[in-house]
Design a protein around this ligand. Structure first.
Ligand code: PBG
Ligand code: ZN
Length: 330
């Protein structure tokens, strides 16, 4: 007998073939957990590609309805709406007006598709203020409680238009509680709140701000969005949002914040969502366009990592490509 050591533990046994690897996979991505974002703008007959977000358009309500009808055939049943308008002022009045394209889209989508389509809508003022901040501004900066009052009105207006879920992305203190109370007192007890709970001040939002015409015209968002050096603070935000009545809690961005997603997964009593943001998406698209990486492989690696970290819901611009190309079917 030779004295070659016997190797009992061979992790490679479980990696030998695709059927075995699929059998023992610990993380499985599924289309049910994906939410496709859309940008809905003023006018009619408008469909323009957003240069910073290859494959994603800005569309007027009529064109949006056509796109979503097509996307539903692919299997997209959960969406997030962002309104884009050039009617901006200091008080974000167009957010609440009847011709806000996001409101019209909610109403028409729910009328046309009913329960077949889960419509969530962004609640924030940055697309509607002339200064581009997510709240109202006074001589001292971005106000909190006055902003919450308008955000609450915006959420109510969206609920009246028929949306299923409001998603406040402003990061003002106390807005979840204020919105929940307002929804309850108007009888909207079935409207979900998906809170942007840990939304960080991030350089990865660049393409979105071009898409939504929502860049701040002065200063930055650091007095309301979180500082990326912090993680315990995200747990404070989590406790607050849950206690104030959030149904779903979100971490944003996703890929540079997998530790925050995992921390939420460990302690959250609510489903955890992650926003795979514009800059993350465009990085993949640009690598693929430059021939430096395979788009399917990059996309599935990223979304699987976000799932593995603990998110059961992912908002991602990749959703349509994943379904159209059947990337989840091997
Ligand atoms: C608006 C909002 C932003 C995003 C979602 N809602 C941008 C921002 O805070 O500047 C970013 C989404 C993305 O980058 O894909 N508050
Ligand atoms: Zn905003």
């Amino acid at each position: 007998m030779d004295n070659k050591a016997i190797t009992i533990h061979r992790p490679r046994r479980l990696r030998r073939s695709a059927v075995i690897r699929d059998l023992v996979a610990e993380t499985r991505l599924s289309a049910e957990g994906l939410i496709q974002p859309y940008f809905v703008c003023d006018g009619s007959g408008v469909r323009e590609e957003i240069t910073g977000l290859p494959g994603i358009n800005r569309e007027s309500v009529d064109k949006l309805l056509e796109s979503i009808a097509e996307d539903m055939k692919l299997g997209i049943h959960r969406i997030m709406l962002f309104g884009v308008t050039d009617r901006k002022d200091a008080s974000a009045s167009s957010a609440l007006s009847d011709d806000n394209p996001a409101l019209r889209a909610c109403a028409e989508l729910k009328q046309k598709f009913g329960e077949e389509l889960f419509v969530s809508a962004d609640v924030c003022l940055c697309g509607y203020t002339d200064h581009g901040h997510c709240g109202l501004v006074d001589g001292h900066g971005v106000t909190n409680d006055d902003s919450v009052a308008v955000l609450t009105e915006m959420a109510l207006t969206l609920a009246r238009a028929g949306c299923d879920c409001v998603a406040p992305s402003d990061m003002m203190d106390g807005r979840i509680g204020s919105i929940r109370q307002a929804l309850e007192s108007e009888g909207f007890d079935n409207i979900l709140i998906m809170a942007y709970t840990a939304k960080y001040s991030s350089a990865y939002y660049g393409p979105f701000r071009e898409a939504a015409h929502s860049s701040p015209q002065f200063g930055d968002r650091k007095s309301y969005q979180m500082d990326f050096r912090n993680s315990s603070e995200a747990l404070t935000e989590l406790e607050l949002d849950i206690s104030e009545g959030a149904d779903i809690v979100m971490v944003k961005p996703a890929l540079a914040y997998l530790d925050i997603i995992a921390a939420f997964r460990d302690v959250s009593s609510a489903p955890v969502a992650a926003y795979n943001v514009s800059g993350e998406y465009t990085s993949v698209k640009l690598m693929a366009q430059a021939g430096l990486g395979d788009e399917k492989a990059l996309t599935l690696e990223n979304l699987t990592a976000i799932t593995r970290a603990g998110a059961s819901i992912i908002l991602t611009y990749h959703t349509r490509d994943i379904l159209k190309n059947e990337w989840l079917n091997g």
